[in-house]
Design a protein around this ligand. Structure first.
Ligand code: SF4
Length: 296
């Protein structure tokens, strides 16, 4: 398989075939992000010959007994690829590896909203089953400061478009992204956005300061400070208490988090509140994932 640079995938795509159809991220400007900072990961769409050769290679594995049920299309926001190119990839996967049941992809509000309802429906019919979308915050001031390139209203519109097309939507939000100064507004507005989006999956990650990023430089200059672990947990508590979901699998089990939770909301809300309240009341370091185990 032709794989260039570092490959990222959502935790739930751990068993998927990782098919790199583009490099990097077409936006690549979020202040906290260093995912695609290698020179060889400058955004580009891979040529058809390379992608087709990778699919043929995976098809040969499949014919030799490897069960390939899921495929994840990398890199960063591969949904930005033209619809006809994505359709060709999905059709070829379906033809060459018929065992594939679901294809996943990273997208953001920009790339989702560039597609029409008809285009997204076509992609769903060809096998696109889930879009992983880093909405990060419901606070437009935070999104602007982080150079996210989209607003909360656009994230909500993107959710509605995906739901209408029948594509599952997994939304990531970032605890601590408002810093200590805007922590309360960030949490409350993110809960309000999640209520509007009402996705079937939510992952809450904890913001980490990565050397080399603009956010790291802001922190070094004293213009941004992450909440401490208890402040991060207060934000998590607000998200769980205030987001109103129809039916959502809510995770905070990413390696960056201090307290891993895996909840069905709204059913598990009260249980989670009791548990978080107890942790916040006692403030015992032993109830937090140790820093050295927080994979960043
Ligand atoms: S859109 Fe995602 S991958 Fe691209 S810069 Fe922002 S956080 Fe990084």
């Amino acid at each position: 398989m032709d794989q260039v640079g570092r490959i990222f995938r959502p935790p739930s795509e751990g068993d998927s075939l990782l098919l790199q159809v583009s490099l990097g991220c077409s936006h690549n400007k979020c202040s906290y992000c260093a995912m695609y900072d290698l020179p060889e990961q400058k955004f580009r769409i891979k040529d058809w010959e390379t992608i087709a050769a990778d699919i043929s290679e995976a098809a040969a594995w499949s014919e030799n007994g490897l069960a390939i049920r899921r495929v994840f299309l990398c890199d960063g926001d591969a949904l930005i690829l033209p619809t006809d190119y994505l359709a060709r990839i999905l059709e070829t996967l379906r033809e060459k590896i018929p065992s594939v049941r679901r294809v996943g992809i990273y997208g953001d509000a920009r790339s989702i909203l560039r597609k029409s309802a008809v285009e997204l429906t076509l992609l769903r019919e060809l096998g696109l089953g889930i879009v992983y979308h880093g909405a990060e915050s419901g606070d437009d001031d935070v999104l602007r400061r982080m150079n996210k390139g989209s607003t909360a209203a656009e994230a909500a519109e993107a959710a509605s478009l995906l739901a209408g097309a029948g594509i599952r939507h997994s939304v990531m939000v970032m605890l601590g992204l408002g810093g200590t100064e805007h922590s309360a507004e960030h949490a409350a507005k993110t809960a309000a956005l999640l209520t509007l989006m009402d996705p079937p999956f939510v992952g809450a990650l904890t913001t980490t300061l990565v050397p080399g990023t603009p956010l790291f430089a802001e922190a070094e200059a004293g213009r941004f400070a992450l909440p401490d672990p208890w402040g991060i947990l207060e934000e998590l508590r607000v998200l769980i208490r205030e987001s109103k979901f129809t039916r959502c699998r809510f995770h905070s089990n990413h390696a960056s988090n201090y307290v891993p939770l895996s909840l069905n909301l709204p059913a598990d809300r009260e249980k989670a509140m009791i548990s978080l309240d107890r942790i916040l009341e006692r403030r015992e370091e032993s109830s937090l994932r140790p820093e050295f185990l927080r994979g960043l």
